[in-house]
Design a binder for this molecule. Sequence first.
Ligand SMILES: *Cc1c(COP(=O)(O)O)cnc(C)c1O
Length: 234
Amino acid sequence: MLESSRERLRQNLDRVNERLAEACRRAGRDRYEVTCVAVTKLVSEEIAKTLVELGVHDLGENRPQELWRKAAQSPKNVRWHLIGHLQRNKIERTLPLVERIHSVDSVRLLEAIEMEATKQNRQIAVFLEVNASGETSKQGFDPSELSAVVPAIASLTHVRVEGLMTMAPLQDAETCRPTFAKLRGLRDELAPQLRAPHRLEHLSMGMSNDFEVAVEEGATFVRLGSVLFEGARE
Ligand SMILES: *Cc1c(COP(=O)(O)O)cnc(C)c1O
């Protein structure tokens, strides 16, 4: 990788970390409550590897096949996050590779992951994706469907539901604030209905154009792509 690209990546990363720290300070939150997942979908494995060398160990992909490809070449200390739709026929191959799945968007998928996790004898943390903005183009549970998922969650033994995820409308950050506040409100409503080991402690929300507002509204995972890689792609 070109030294100039590497340097640019380092600068972007420093700047993102400063902006995250400032957003946490404004919200009276501890910086360590927020994990930055670097979304590598538009960059090469080489750039992804450089990120790891620069200390970023949480990487995300929105397409299972691309995650398989990059995970096969990534250092062992990477925690991979699947942040996009998972087709049921791709669960078997995806499960051993990922730390978390942010994008469980149906009970059918939740149950299929449970079945495969049981077969593979492993535990997996997932988030439920919620269409909090109400846009028809978005994946995820409708907010009104969430309490009906509680009985299905209660019977899981290998899948732990640990949070909610949403995608805000692609608009300016302040326009996204109500969507983030809504996800937090849904979390607060749903959390008391779940029993250990399920706990809705996490909110995965905020992308390059709106992550500071997401942090102010309680995000514990932000998913960042373009803001990290600007000017660093060869
Ligand atoms: C691409 C993607 C991101 C990152 O988007 P940027 O705007 O480039 O930061 C975050 N979340 C999901 C689900 C994505 O597909």
